[in-house]
Design a protein around this ligand. Structure first.
Ligand SMILES: [Zn+2]
Length: 545
């Protein structure tokens, strides 16, 4: 309660400040990852830190500054998530979470409670008929009772089935005579009419009918995602979506209107039809919005056996995954990016994809020498010991997602075998080999909460503390290094280290204020730390007014 009161006061103080200086007082300031919390005051002026030091000295420097009483809370440099997907998170926030619900009616009821604008389809995620009595597939009629005219659909928990209402089937032109596509099945009632459940490849027949998102949809998704990010203490997000012209235009407009509550470092997609045009426009490094990086996919994901491996999947002999972008093409795109002044982000999960990405970056940097290219490999999940030192040698940043470690541990060894598992999720080994690390969540795949990422990096235990002592604990990170992933590491990975990543005079006034010390609290308490306040450029981005 103490902190809540302080946060409310902060909003009032800033409102009164009207652009003048603000003094953040009575905080325990962690000036950088690993530093001991210190009783310091932070004077903020013009969105930047003007002074960090003793309270009396700070007040003497600007006696008229408005004050924010932090009431003993811990002030961290603003946390940045180096890899997330804003539009997807915003869209997911508009979808009803149906996981664990005990009947089709309960699912329909939860979807009814959503506030989704007219013209968009109502969505749900996570139903599982195995939890229902009887455990039968649902029927369109249950959704029709709630949504008689408006298309609605919900994905099964495993993503391999969708359940729709009649309006969605009508929009998609599905009738009793629509044939099953190869690799898919449309379920029917005893009278032959489609029941509203579509399996595997049959899902496309319905999903294709969904309207393309409008600029308004994109704007709403960005706004919802960014306020969610602010609420978990993030002051900046690296968006790995690889956007096209429309998404970038919406972000630019929001930035110009002051409608981005936290900072965004966006990527453009090498696959986008507007890639050439976006590249030709040149890199943009703005205060709240930067567009200066390009996303390329080298492979798929490990869970679906799309990650490109040097040897067969242990649980699927003959399968070595997918080259989503052929290595020669990765190299040619990387060269174009370097020539145009753009940073390269290569999604690489398997050891073959990581090697291909490193080879491509090595060749591209030789062909197009640049002063400070800072290429990134996104995920870097399975990297052979021989390839680890290449990250340092080539200046490649390993952009890692600590929460994947514990999400994937139940099945990762089956894919990779006990012999190869040592190559994977080896964060400490990568760091020891000299790689610079940056931390992210890949939200909405994982929670966007950096506290959960820090906890996973430190403990390698899941949310329930399993396995005790952590999964392959030799690869854990220290508290300092785990916090650095989301502060100095992420800042460097987004070319922001001169402005952000620590609290110092001259740097941006971006702070994540928590109710406890992540450096000394019991590890199990890290995810429970409460976000007291998120401050971006001296303004309180969370809690809102
Ligand atoms: Zn991603």
């Amino acid at each position: 309660m103490k902190f809540r009161a302080a946060a409310a006061l902060a909003v009032i103080a800033l409102a009164r400040a009207g652009g003048g200086a603000t003094l953040f007082e009575n905080g325990r300031v962690v000036v950088e990852a690993g530093a001991a919390p210190a009783a310091l005051s932070v004077l903020v002026d013009g969105g930047r830190v003007a002074f960090v030091g003793p309270a009396a000295e700070a007040r003497r420097r600007d006696p008229r500054a408005a004050t924010v009483d932090l009431a003993g809370a811990y002030v961290y440099p603003g946390f940045a998530d180096a890899h997330g997907h804003l539009a997807e998170l915003g869209k997911a926030l508009e979808s009803a979470d149906l996981k664990g619900l005990r009947s089709a009616e309960a699912c329909a009821g939860k979807m009814r409670a959503l506030a989704v604008p007219a013209g968009t389809w109502v969505e749900g995620d996570g139903w599982d008929q195995n939890l229902w009595t009887p455990s039968a597939f649902p029927d369109a009629r249950t959704l029709d009772a709630v949504f008689p005219d408006r298309p609605a659909f919900a994905r099964r928990i495993d993503g391999h089935a969708v359940w729709t209402n009649t309006a969605a089937m009508r929009a998609a032109g599905i009738t009793a005579s629509t044939p099953d596509p190869p690799g898919g099945r449309i379920l029917h009632r005893p009278d032959g009419s489609p029941s509203g459940v579509f399996l595997d490849n049959a899902m496309d027949a319905v999903m294709r009918a969904r309207p393309e998102p409008s600029d308004g949809d994109l704007r709403r998704w960005f706004a919802a995602a960014l306020s969610s990010c602010a609420s978990v203490g993030l002051t900046e997000v690296g968006d790995a979506s690889g956007y096209g012209e429309r998404e970038i235009a919406v972000l630019r407009k929001m930035a110009a209107e002051g409608a981005l509550p936290i900072r965004v470092y966006a990527t453009i997609g090498a696959w986008s039809p507007e890639f050439d045009a976006l590249l030709a426009r040149g890199p943009q490094a703005g205060d709240v919005l930067s567009v200066r990086a390009v996303k390329i996919y080298a492979d798929g994901a490990l869970g679906s056996r799309g990650a490109a491996l040097l040897a067969d999947y242990s649980d699927d002999p003959g399968n070595r995954g997918l080259d989503v972008t052929p290595p020669a093409r990765i190299e040619s795109i990387a060269k174009r990016c370097l020539a145009a002044g753009f940073q390269v982000w290569i999604h690489a999960i398997g050891d073959r994809a990581n090697r291909a990405a490193l080879d491509a970056l090595e060749a591209a940097e030789k062909a197009v020498p640049s002063a400070d290219p800072r290429p990134r490999i996104e995920h870097a999940q399975v990297v052979t010991p021989e390839d680890r030192p290449r990250f340092a040698r080539l200046g490649v940043i390993a952009s890692i997602q600590p929460a994947f470690t514990t999400s994937d541990m139940p099945w990762a060894e089956a894919r990779l075998s006990a012999a190869r598992i040592g190559e994977s999720y080896a964060w400490r080994s990568l760091e020891k080999a000299g790689a610079r690390l940056a931390g992210g969540s890949d939200f909405p795949v994982e929670s966007n909460d950096p506290r959960k990422g820090i906890y996973a990096a430190v403990t390698r235990e899941d949310a329930d503390g399993r396995p005790p002592g952590g999964w392959r604990p030799a690869e854990d990170l220290s508290r300092k290094d785990a916090v650095a992933l989301y502060t100095s590491g992420a800042a460097y990975a987004m070319f922001q280290e001169a402005r952000r990543g620590s609290i110092a005079a001259g740097k941006d006034a971006d702070f994540s204020v928590l109710d406890r010390d992540l450096g000394s609290c019991p590890a199990a308490e890290i995810p429970k730390a409460r976000v007291v306040m998120t401050v971006v450029a001296g303004n309180v981005a969370f809690p809102g007014r």
